[in-house]
Design a binder for this molecule. Structure first.
Ligand SMILES: NC(=O)c1ccc[n+]([C@@H]2O[C@H](COP(=O)([O-])OP(=O)(O)OC[C@H]3O[C@@H](n4cnc5c(N)ncnc54)[C@H](O)[C@@H]3O)[C@@H](O)[C@H]2O)c1
Length: 285
C-alpha cells in the first residue's frame, strides 16, 4: 500500500549494488511513494552489480561516482538536479567498505593505509557529500539526509573491526554538520542504526550469521530487515519528520535497549548444558 509520502520530491541514493542492498530497497520504496530518484555508485560497482535493472525499474538516471572524490560528488549533485528537474529533497548515504575487514586484518594488526581508506569511504565521504551539497546549494529547505550506521559505533562487537571507528565518526558528522545545515538551511541530518542485515557488505563481517541470530534472539521485535529499513528511511525523507535532526535513530527491533532476553539466555544455557561424548564422558560446555 502506498501513501504518496514523497510525491513531488527528488532524491539521490548512494550505495545500491544489488537486490540485497539496503539502498536498493530504499530506492524502490521511495519511488513507490512518488519520488523521482538519481542513483549513484562507483564505476566498479556498476560493473559488478545489477544497478541497471533497478534504474530501469524505477526510471532513474545513474551517475557514477566514487564517494571519496569531491569532484565526482559535485558531478552527482549538479547532474542529478539537471536530470530530475530541480533541487534535491533527500539523500541516502548507504556507503561502506573496510579493506582491513576484507583482507582479514584484525583490530590489533591494522594496516593504516587501509584504515585511512575505511574512514574515507565509510565516514568522511558523508562529510564530503554534505559539504558539496551545501556549497552548491543543491538541497531544498527542509530537505532530509540520512546515513546508515550500526550499533558497533557505540558498543564493542566482535569482528566489526575498524568499521566501528568509521561508524562513530559518521554519527558525529551527522551531529556536527546537522547543526550548521539545520541552522542555515533547515536541512536535517540523521543516522539510522540498522539491525545486522544479510547484504554484500554485511556478509563481509566476521560470523555475521551468528551475529544476526544473536541480535534476532535479543530483540523483542526481532531483527529489522532491509524492507523495514526502507520504510523508516521513507518516513525520515517525508514531511512528517521535519523537526528530527542530529539524531542517531535505532532501527533494530529493540536490540540496543536490551541487556539479556529469555530467548538468548535459553540458547546460551542450552549450548552450555553438559553432554556425554561417545565414550560416556560428561563434557561441560
Ligand atoms: N548489512 C548490515 O548488517 C548493516 C547493518 C547496519 C548498517 N549497515 C550499513 O548500510 C550501508 C549499506 O550497506 P549494505 O549492507 O546495504 O551493503 P552493500 O554492500 O549492498 O552496500 C555498500 C555499498 O557501498 C558502496 N561503496 C563502497 N565503496 C564506495 C565508494 N568509494 N564510493 C561509493 N560507493 C561505495 C558499494 O558499492 C555498495 O553499493 C552501509 O553503510 C552499511 O555499513 C549495514
Amino acid at each position: 500500500m502506498t501513501h504518496n509520502l514523497l510525491k513531488g520530491k527528488r532524491g539521490i541514493i548512494f550505495g545500491a549494488l544489488n537486490e540485497e542492498s539496503i539502498a536498493w530497497k530504499v530506492a524502490e520504496k521511495a519511488a513507490e511513494e512518488g519520488a523521482t530518484i538519481a542513483l549513484s555508485n562507483t564505476a566498479m560497482a556498476l560493473r559488478m552489480g545489477t544497478l541497471d535493472k533497478l534504474a530501469e525499474q524505477i526510471n532513474a538516471p545513474i551517475i557514477a561516482a566514487d564517494a571519496t572524490s569531491v569532484e565526482d560528488l559535485e558531478k552527482v549533485f549538479i547532474e542529478a538536479q539537471e536530470k530530475l528537474g530541480g533541487k534535491i529533497d533527500f539523500v541516502l548515504h548507504s556507503v561502506a567498505m573496510s579493506p582491513n575487514v576484507r583482507k582479514h586484518r584484525t583490530y590489533d594488526d591494522l594496516d593504516y593505509n587501509f584504515l585511512n581508506k575505511t574512514l574515507d569511504i565509510s565516514a568522511i565521504s558523508f562529510h564530503k557529500m554534505l559539504q558539496v551539497a551545501k556549497k552548491l546549494d543543491a538541497i531544498n529547505e527542509w530537505g532530509s539526509v540520512v546515513a546508515l550506521t550500526y550499533v558497533a559505533s557505540q558498543r564493542t562487537f566482535f569482528g566489526y573491526n575498524d568499521m566501528a571507528d568509521a561508524k562513530s565518526m559518521l554519527e558525529s558528522i551527522a551531529r556536527s554538520f546537522g547543526y550548521i545545515y539545520g541552522r542555515e538551511k533547515h536541512v536535517r541530518i540523521n543516522t539510522i542504526s540498522q539491525s545486522p542485515t544479510a547484504t554484500t557488505a554485511g556478509k563481509g563481517i566476521k560470523d555475521i550469521e551468528n551475529m544476526m541470530d544473536f541480535a534476532d534472539k535479543m530483540s523483542p521485535l526481532g531483527n529489522a530487515v532491509a524492507e523495514d529499513c526502507a520504510n523508516y528511511c521513507v518516513m525520515m525523507f517525508s514531511d512528517f519528520t521535519r523537526k528530527v535532526t542530529m539524531q542517531n535513530l535505532f532501527h533494530d527491533g529493540g536490540f540496543s535497549s536490551m541487556g539479556m532476553s529469555l530467548r538468548a539466555m535459553n540458547q546460551y544455557a542450552k549450548d552450555l548444558a553438559p553432554y556425554e561424548d561417545e565414550n560416556g564422558k560428561v563434557i561441560y560446555g
